[in-house]
Design a protein around this ligand. Sequence first.
Ligand SMILES: Nc1ncnc2c1ncn2[C@@H]1O[C@H](COP(=O)(O)OP(=O)(O)OP(=O)(O)O)[C@@H](O)[C@H]1O
Length: 270
Amino acid sequence: MAPADTVIAMRKICTRFGRHAVHTDLDLEVRRGEILAIAGGSGSGKSVLMREMILLQRPTSGSIHLFGHDTATLTMPQAHALRLRWGVMFQHGGLFSALNVRENIGLPLREHSRLDRALIDRIAEWKLSLTGLPPDAGLKQPGEFSGGMLKRASLARAIALDPELLFLDEPTSGLDPDSAAGVSELILRTHALYGLTIVIITHDLDLLWQSCDRVAVLGEGRVLASGSMEELSRHEHPIVRGYFEGPRQQRAAASATQVRRDKGAPWTTR
Ligand SMILES: Nc1ncnc2c1ncn2[C@@H]1O[C@H](COP(=O)(O)OP(=O)(O)OP(=O)(O)O)[C@@H](O)[C@H]1O
C-alpha cells in the first residue's frame, strides 16, 4: 500500500512493443504537492510513461496506483472520475484550430459541467488571465498565436477544471530563451497558486534546475536515479552524469543559483 501522500505509484513496470522493451523494471513515485520532472535521453520511454500515468496506455506488466486506486481494477466510471482530477498540457498544445482560444479553454467545462455558456466564457477568460495573456487573446484563433502564447493557452485549458494533478509534456520545447523563462515562471506561479502536483517531461536544463523539486532520470528501462538536481549532479551513473557535464549544464546550474538568490530561494522549502 502506497503512503497517503503518494499521488502516483508505479511498481515493476515493464512495457514492450513487440520485441522492443522500453521499460524493464521501473519503479516511480509522485508525491503530493511536488514538481517532479521526468528526464532522460531520446527514446528512453518518457512519453510512454506519461501515457501510462494518464490511462492512455497500459504497461505490459507491473502495477500503477493513481490516488490510491489500482488502475488494473478500475471500472469505466471510476476511470472517468479519475481523469477529471488531472489536466494535461500536450507538447504541441493540442488546441483545436476550428475553435477560438476561449472556446478551447472552455471545452473541458462544456464537456464535464452543466455551467451555462456565459459562465464558462468568464471562467475561460479568468484562466487565460492567470497565464498572463491579454483579455482579447481569447477571441483569437490558435493559429494567430506565437509558440509561447500557445503554451500559455494550452496551460489555461489544462487547469480549466481546477485539477489536483497537472502533466506538462515538454512545456518549453521550441521556445526562445525569453519565452521559455516566462513559461518556467508561470509553472512555478501556477504551482504556488493551486498547490497542485506537477509532472513535467522535459530536456530543458534551465527548467530542471529552476522549477523542479525532484528529477527522475530514465535510462536502461528504469529510473536510474531520482533526487534534486544538486543530488543528481553528484551521481556516479554515466547517463546521469551526462546531464551535468559541458558548458550548457554549468550555465544552467549557475543561472539557477542566481535566480534563487534573486527570489530568496522560495523553492528550497518545497
Ligand atoms: N505505439 C508504439 N508502438 C511501437 N513503439 C512505440 C510506440 N510508442 C513508443 N514506442 C517506442 O518506445 C520508445 C520510447 O518512446 P517515447 O516516445 O516514450 O520516448 P521519449 O523518451 O519520450 O523520447 P523523446 O525524448 O525523443 O520524445 C521509442 O523507441 C518508441 O519508438
